[in-house]
Design a protein around this ligand. Structure first.
Ligand code: HEM
Length: 492
């Protein structure tokens, strides 16, 4: 018996030593940036605190500097921190760092289809096409600005109907923002009272929360292991399937009335493109469905969460809210609808919105990038296809660009004369080849929604918000601010 135990122990010891030394020689043989020593199988999972991916990566930055390597399982991830390093990679070496990296929570369902998670020619075709449509070429009579203005008037009516009650604004904001995408993609909006639409939107929030939570973070680090572990990450595929079923149904409905000579919205434009490029698989049905899914995901939670976080910040700082009211009264007045040309005449509002985006830091880790070829960068060799995390949180809070990075301060975007001033730390949409393709749309939405809400309402809450309350909750993929109740008090 004792002998069996001894042999088993010896065997386990020999196998572990073999795995460790093989792993160690592979790991040490690479000229990747330095980082914490990884273990076989789990990599640096022990260096990432439970549920605190962003904080842990920022702490590693303090130890290893602006470029370091962590291992998720046996995959190396090169982490880039601070404006100078992120800019050098994403802008100066845009082609080298322009690939899309792995995001296992999403990849398992999306499988490289659609614009966000594709690479190579598929990505180039889908990106070029989507940008053209979002820039407003050849899509019906209404401009994108008009679609946002129309939705903001529905949002005002909905808020008024609440009669100053204390409410959680999340649902209305998500519905309004999502309706803008619906109008662009399907050509119609949905009533706020529409139950099935509300359920669909709940799916988006669930996906974002599950992906950013403790289990989602573990799945992004150790996908194989986590496929055996029960938890909320298991429902991600189900939630996404419900959204794609809805999209497929809408495409089918649309095909019946499709006229290639007068495209009315994104789906029509895609169908027309399919006809033109019959033999190009990049414009097939599955890429169409997943590109639309991408627009919904990328465009709904990001903008609505920024609005929700922004409203809380404006209640914390009533003096900033007052100044916004004054600028809106001076430039727009109380009767006409705000438009995007107003923005250049409203430096204070523009600065506050920039600061809200900088401070709320919606996607702190960015979306993973990958090297498109073997790259020599800062003296290291990063092989083709290595995942790269250009940390946006480290740029948005770069102490070399901001006097007090953790404090909310619109002066970060104002000069001594009160004119709008650019700040390089503003990089919420990332930069370079993969820069957010909805940036123009998102910035237009934020300006029109914020100014229209403030034109009509004073924002109040029973809660006295503290600095701690308004701080972004640094967790995983997306920063989701605290939920709160507020009242919209009509101004006229
Ligand atoms: C406040 C709002 C938004 C923020 C902060 C934001 C941020 C980002 C970030 C950080 C990325 C990753 C860029 C990279 O990989 O380097 C991204 C990508 C993307 N965003 Fe946005 N986004 C916002 C709104 C939108 C909207 C409204 C849309 C469109 C409807 C959109 C569509 C996309 C798409 C399609 C990509 C993938 C681009 C590619 O891979 O080539 N986003 N966004």
């Amino acid at each position: 018996m004792d002998l069996t135990w001894f042999v088993s122990f010896l065997l386990a010891f020999i196998i572990s030593s073999f795995i460790y030394s093989t792993w160690n020689s592979i790991y040490r043989g690479r000229n990747l940036p330095p980082g914490p020593t990884p273990l076989p199988i789990i990599g640096n999972a022990l260096h990432i605190k439970r549920g605190e991916m962003v904080k842990s990566l920022m702490e590693l930055r303090d130890k290893y500097g602006s470029i370091y390597t962590v291992y998720f399982g046996h995959y190396p991830i090169v982490v880039l921190c601070g404006y100078d390093t992120v800019k050098e990679a994403l802008i100066d070496r845009a082609e080298d760092f322009g690939g899309r990296g792995r995001l296992p929570t999403i990849d398992q369902f999306v499988k490289g289809y659609g614009v966000v998670f594709s690479n190579g020619n598929r990505w180039k075709d889908l990106r070029r096409f989507s940008i053209t449509i979002l820039r407003n070429f050849g899509m019906g009579k209404k401009t994108i600005e008009e679609r946002i203005q129309e939705e903001s008037s529905f949002l005002m009516a909905e808020i008024k109907s609440q009669k100053e009650q204390y409410i959680d604004p999340t649902r209305f904001l998500v519905q309004a923002v999502s309706n803008v995408i619906c109008s662009i993609v399907f050509g119609n909006r949905f009533e706020y009272s529409n139950d099935s639409f509300q359920k669909l939107l709940t799916m988006f929030s669930v996906v974002f929360q599950d992906q950013s939570g403790v289990y989602g973070q573990f799945q992004d680090m150790l996908p194989t292991l986590m496929s055996y572990v029960p938890g909320p990450h298991k429902r991600l595929n189900r939630s996404m399937k419900r959204v794609t079923d809805f999209i497929r149904e809408r495409i089918k409905m649309n095909e019946e009335s499709f006229d290639p000579h007068s495209p009315r919205h994104f789906i029509d434009c895609f169908l027309a493109k399919q006809k033109q490029e019959k033999d190009n698989p990049n414009f097939d049905r599955i890429n169409m469905v997943f590109t639309i899914l991408n627009l919904f995901f990328a465009g709904t939670e990001t903008v609505s969460t920024t609005l929700r976080h922004g409203l809380m910040i404006l209640m914390k700082y009533p003096e900033i809210q007052d100044k916004l009211h004054q600028e809106i009264a001076r430039v727009i007045g109380d009767s006409r609808v705000p438009n995007i040309e107003d923005r250049s005449k409203m430096p204070y509002t523009d600065a506050v919105i920039h600061e809200i985006q900088r401070f709320s830091d919606i996607l702190p880790l960015n979306v993973p990038h990958a090297t498109t070829r073997d790259v020599t960068f800062k003296g290291y060799t990063i092989p083709k296809g290595t995942d790269v995390y250009p940390l946006l949180c480290s740029v948005l809070q770069d102490p070399t660009k901001l006097a007090c990075p953790t404090k909310f301060d619109p002066n970060n975007f104002l000069d001594d004369k009160g004119c709008f001033k650019k700040n390089e730390a503003y990089m919420p949409f990332s930069a370079g080849k993969r820069v957010c393709l909805g940036e123009g749309l998102a910035r237009m939405e934020l300006f029109i929604f914020f100014t229209t809400i403030l034109q009509h309402f004073n924002l109040t809450s029973k809660t006295t918000f503290t600095e701690e309350d308004i701080r972004p909750v640094m967790t995983g993929f997306a920063n989701i601010p605290k939920f709160y109740q507020m009242s919209f008090v009509p101004r006229v």
